[in-house]
Ligand binder design. Structure first.
Ligand SMILES: Nc1ncnc2c1ncn2[C@@H]1O[C@H](COP(=O)(O)OP(=O)(O)OP(=O)(O)O)[C@@H](O)[C@H]1O
Length: 784
């Protein structure tokens, strides 16, 4: 596995400019170990301090391994943080140096500098050539690409600005992102680079290196001057500027998102959301080595921006890359594998760099607004260094990755002499001068292709293996989620206490449930573990529990428990019936605009029933009935019986098979009432119909204003046989007062009496017997 490399952060505070007010809001602090210099490379030693905008007595500290104060020089920065990366480039690894910060914080100064104080870019080029010069036994070729990302479009800055096409960003078959058709200019000296870079050099001298027969390792260094990271709001309201600013904000915000996603270990990193992040994908969580230079401007004016920049830096600090050596075979007539389509120039274009078999460098600044002091030649301000060569990683590049460059031996060959950079010591094939026949070459290519295919297959296999493992782990995780896990621990205890009359076995089952729940591990997969008999008993325990919760008014818990019970005895029709009735019960309660009053009444009625007492409702202030017009309207609406609560029309008790529900009215009511009516009425009705076709019991449930009555009423309930006449036909009449009268009515009292009679039957096993069993029948039909 490739060694990981965190993005290194350097922070640099620029000096005060003319006219700027001096204050100490932003400071660079060096630890005592540093020898009085303006920088510190001692990890954890130096830090940037920023006064808290909300509390001047507080200071935020941002420690970085390199902190440069206003007296720091270009040379110091280059020497401490950039120069060591030159060897890394020569070892075949991609390096990216970003300058990040608000407008006028010194990004361009740091990256480009001036003639008197050259910045990172010219110094890198110089160092690359110095290094090249020291490699006397090898040919090293350097080239440069130069591009700008402007309003999320990529332009080649080696192409005259007028008519410069927008360049597409693509990915080759080995996953390397590149800018298609981007020019690459071979340069043979830093002076040559200077000429190109300072726009004085004719762009026509791009050359096209010849192909060679060498395996080539490519180094690449991206030197990126990002756009100012300031807030869009501060950029003025000129429309062009706003458009630029929006694009800049987008790419920088995506940059932030990418960093965030990498830190979160997200499975999807939004590289594709902007061209900037797409192009720099390698540098962020990819195979490159990264250095982020945070440029800071001093003073209270920039305090918030500085905090933003530093926060971004802190997040970026954690991004890990896995640098690998870029190697490719560069022999003639390479097959598709080795010649990225990207490097082929468009027809007719005076392009460069076709299959450039060399380490490459490029400089591009990503800029946005015109900068008066810019040395750049066109209105497009931004330049980004990107080398386009496709890359084949040779994994496991940890060891020796950052070793100083050393060649094993001289490479020679006909034609143009090129050098492999940073490869392991092994003999190099030379070019056609070695006497290789076309067959030899083909054979070598085939071997290389096979090796590459094998490598990719191995990679794929690894991925599949990992996916399989992940899927297995996921399955295990979901298995371990017992159906009981949503049950709060200890919930069974009060039930056990309350239902002292439960038989011992049931008690044991409840205790076992509770214990297993509390264990909260795989053993709690009760449904799998239990025998059919045990399942039935467990289900029964759940029903007892559900009923108890229902009585307490914990309807959500009760509903959950009924559901759980059903999962233990899925085929139990009786339970299904109870469950769906309960759902309706809950629905009615939750959607009723007098839900609370009704619940209270239900409790009172329940109490009365349980204790064999007459129901005496708590006195309440009488409620005003609403308009008679509505009452009349409701009355004349249908010749069928209409309940007030649900506004559903029912047939009379004589219509035993027709189940007609005014669903529109029902839905209307659902919309009209406040509260969280989470269940769909039509679904409920349909479910009821499906479960209990023609069942008057179901009808009465929906019609009943009192859900509990609904649950208990049966086909033979006298309420249903009241000749289609209900005491409260108008929904407006069915307020609390209506309910009270309803509850006191002779029919209800009679129903209560029947219920009292039934209690003994219903209390115990009725719901657990098959529908054909005597008890179940009794329950289904009620007791006449
Ligand atoms: N370390 C420094 N020493 C001296 N002058 C500096 C330094 N850093 C920046 N400056 C000066 O500050 C001004 C703004 O710097 P620069 O143009 O580099 O900012 P920037 O961050 O690139 O801004 P923009 O985002 O607008 O391009 C310039 O005049 C530059 O010369």
């Amino acid at each position: 596995m490739a060694a990981t490399h965190k993005v290194k952060i350097a922070a640099r505070l620029r000096p005060r400019l003319d006219g700027e007010i001096i204050d100490d809001q932003i400071q660079v602090n060096h630890n005592s170990d540093t020898s009085g210099g303006s920088t510190s490379s001692t990890a954890g030693g130096s830090y940037i301090s920023v006064t808290n905008p909300r509390d001047q007595s507080q200071v935020f500290k941002f420690p970085f391994s390199s902190c440069y104060d206003e007296n720091s020089t270009q040379d110091e920065i280059f020497h401490n943080d950039v120069e060591p990366l030159i060897d890394v480039v020569y070892s075949g690894v991609t390096v990216t140096v970003f300058a990040y910060g608000v407008t006028s914080s010194g990004k361009t100064h740091t990256m480009q500098g001036t003639n008197e104080q050259p910045g990172v870019i010219p110094r890198v080029l110089q160092a690359m050539f110095d290094k090249k010069g020291s490699l006397t036994e090898h040919d090293v070729s350097l080239s440069v690409s130069y591009m700008e990302i402007y309003k999320d479009e990529v332009y080649d800055l080696f192409v005259p600005r007028e008519g410069a096409p927008k360049l597409p960003v693509r990915e080759n078959e080995v996953g390397m992102v590149f800018v298609a058709n981007l020019s690459r200019v071979a340069i043979s000296s830093s002076r040559e680079f200077d000429r190109i870079y300072s726009d004085e050099e004719s762009l026509s001298r791009r050359d096209q290196p010849q192909q060679t027969l060498f395996s080539v390792t490519r180094g690449k260094i991206n030197l990126v001057d990002l756009a100012g990271s300031e807030n869009n709001k501060q950029t003025g309201n000129d429309s062009t500027r706003m458009a630029e600013s929006a694009a800049i904000n987008k790419s920088l915000s995506v940059l932030g998102q990418v960093v965030h996603a990498l830190n979160q270990g997200a499975s999807r990193i939004p590289y594709r959301n902007s061209k900037l992040t797409r192009i720099l994908q390698d540098a962020l969580g990819g195979n490159a080595v990264g250095l982020l230079i945070c440029n800071l401007a001093p003073g209270v004016k920039f305090r918030q921006d500085t905090l933003n920049t530093l926060n971004f830096a802190v997040r970026t600090k954690n991004v890990e890359n896995k640098p690998v050596i870029n190697e490719r075979d560069n022999r003639p007539q390479p097959k598709q594998h080795f010649s990225a389509p990207t490097v082929l120039p468009p027809a007719g274009k005076a392009a460069t760099g076709v299959l450039l078999p060399a380490s490459t460098t490029g400089n591009v600044t990503i800029g946005h607004a015109p900068r008066p002091n810019s040395r750049r030649r066109s209105g497009r301000q931004s330049l980004v260094p990107v080398a386009r060569a496709p890359r084949m990683s040779i994994g496991g590049a940890g060891a020796g990755l950052y070793q100083p460059f050393a060649f094993p031996g001289g490479a020679s060959g006909g034609g143009r002499r090129l050098t492999t950079i940073g490869e392991a010591p092994r003999p190099r094939p030379s070019g056609s001068g070695l006497g290789l026949t076309a067959e030899d070459i083909d054979e070598r290519i085939s071997r290389a292709v096979e090796a590459e295919v094998a490598r990719r297959m191995a990679e794929k296999e690894k991925e599949w293996e990992a996916e399989k493992k992940e899927a297995a782990a996921e399955a295990e995780r979901s298995m371990s989620k017992s159906p009981d896990t949503s049950l709060p621990a200890g919930v069974l205890t009060p039930i056990l206490r309350k239902h002292r009359d439960l038989d011992d076995e049931l008690k044991m089952r409840l205790q076992e449930l509770e214990k297993k729940f509390e264990q909260g591990n795989k053993e709690t997969q009760l449904a799998d573990l239990l025998s059919p008999v045990s399942k039935k008993k467990t289900g029964r325990a759940y029903v007892a529990l559900a009923r108890a919760h229902s009585e307490k008014g914990d309807l959500n818990v009760a509903l959950e428990l009924y559901r759980k019970a059903e999962s233990y005895v899925p085929d139990n029709m009786k339970l299904k019936e109870r469950w769906i009735l309960f759902v309706i019960h809950v629905f009615l309660i939750e959607t009723s605009y007098r839900a609370r009053a009704q619940r209270q009444m239900i409790i009172e009625i329940e109490w009365a029933v349980k204790n064999g007492k007459e129901y005496v409702p708590t006195p309440k202030a009488p409620r005003q009935h609403k308009s008679k017009t509505k009452h009349k309207k409701s009355k004349s609406k249908s010749s069928t019986t209409t309940t007030g609560a649900s506004n559903v029309a029912f047939p009379s008790a004589n219509d035993t098979n027709d189940f007609t529900v005014n669903e529109d009215d029902m839905a209307e009511r659902e919309n009209a009432v406040p509260g969280d009516a989470s269940m769909d009425v039509t679904d409920l009705i349909n479910t009821s119909k499906a479960l209990f076709p023609g069942s008057l019991r179901a009808k009465s449930l929906i019609r009943s204003n009192s859900p509990e009555f609904g649950v208990e009423l049966t086909n033979k309930d006298p309420l249903n046989s009241s000749a289609g006449k209900r005491p409260f036909e108008d929904d407006d009449a069915l307020g609390e007062a209506g309910l009270e009268s309803f509850a006191k009515s002779p029919e209800i009292q009679k129903g209560l009496a029947q219920k009292r009679q039934r209690m003994g039957v219903l209390e115990e096993d009725a719901e657990w017997e098959p529908p054909s069993a005597p008890n179940a029948k009794a329950h289904m039909r009620g007791v006449a």
